[in-house]
Design a protein around this ligand. Sequence first.
Ligand code: FMN
Length: 370
Amino acid sequence: MSFNTFGHLFRVTTFGESHGPAIGGVVDGCPPGIRFRLEEVQAALDKRRPGQSRFTTQRREPDEVKILSGVLAEADGMLTTTGTPIALLIENVDQRSKDYAAISESYRPGHADYAYDAKYGLRDHRGGGRSSARETAVRVAAGAIAAKVLTGVTLTGALVQMGDIVIDRANWDSAEIGRNPFFCPDAAAAARMEAYLDGIRKAGSSVGAVIEVVAEGVPPGLGAPLYGKLDADLASALMSINAVKGVEIGEGFASAALTGEANADEMRMGNDGRPVFLANHAGGILGGISTGQPVVVRFAVKPTSSILTPRHTVTRHGEDADIVTKGRHDPCVGIRAVPVGEAMVACVLADHVLRHRGQVGTPPVWPFPR
Ligand SMILES: Cc1cc2nc3c(=O)[nH]c(=O)nc-3n(C[C@H](O)[C@H](O)[C@H](O)COP(=O)(O)O)c2cc1C
């Protein structure tokens, strides 16, 4: 299975399966001299960790990350990157492979089982093997390091829709995101989601979600037209997350319903003598290049395919069958996809910061030369 690496200058490679001894990865290309604490990487992983509420899988994984290389431990407890590959290791400690006996023979509708067999002719069925989102823990650890490369950038991920419950943006309170088990910025919507997801969970069903990630403080100039556009790279990175079926930037699909006047991000000269945008329908990216406005991305996560409700399928021996997927599964994988989305955005932005530096060196200052 090739293609386990993403990024150009800030490059992340991951390895490992859901029920193997460990998962891990290598961050290659992180600049030297970046300082961070191991606890900061661990805190990012703790946001994604399973078993933290009744609304996520009850698999008990501490997700304790070890950094094996690429950093120097300082006397003040900080780690400083040396510019050499940073190896990350997270042990798997709570596998229950017997739960997956049924899926070694039958394909879960909506999961990757059939497609893996169709491609490779064999697969590690235990916990979904490499197709399991267990791998996304490594992305989160890499994203925490990427975030340190992004000086002055603030990343906020939030769940803005679960099933047909959509947040009311008038209720947006960033402090609320950390207060409920859904990373939802609207307290009233979060309360409705709680009752709704309890019903879904008890019925042995699952539901999808929409996640929004906003990056504030992104400098203008990131993104390389034409085939290294920032929006294209963000879409690719977010689409690579398990269960993601749609990505949009700024106004996204809704822009199709707007007129040119409504969609125009008009400009005026600001009080500081620099141009300002009067709206951000573009989601902070024009021509594949960041404008300095907040970068706004959303992605849709489908409902978990491993459900307790029987579904029609076939076995690998060519028989019709019904499948009930046991094991410990998230009733809404969109919840734990929030920190994964933040991590992927951080990795892409860090990669583009380095690429921009590589090509442009010192960025132009306003007023721009002709
Ligand atoms: C954080 C996270 C957790 C997930 N947990 C589960 C799970 O418990 N059960 C399941 O069937 N799918 C889960 N998924 C989704 C599957 O990994 C995914 O549907 C599968 O690999 C097939 O890929 P695709 O949906 O992108 O086509 C999870 C996804 C994410 C992002």
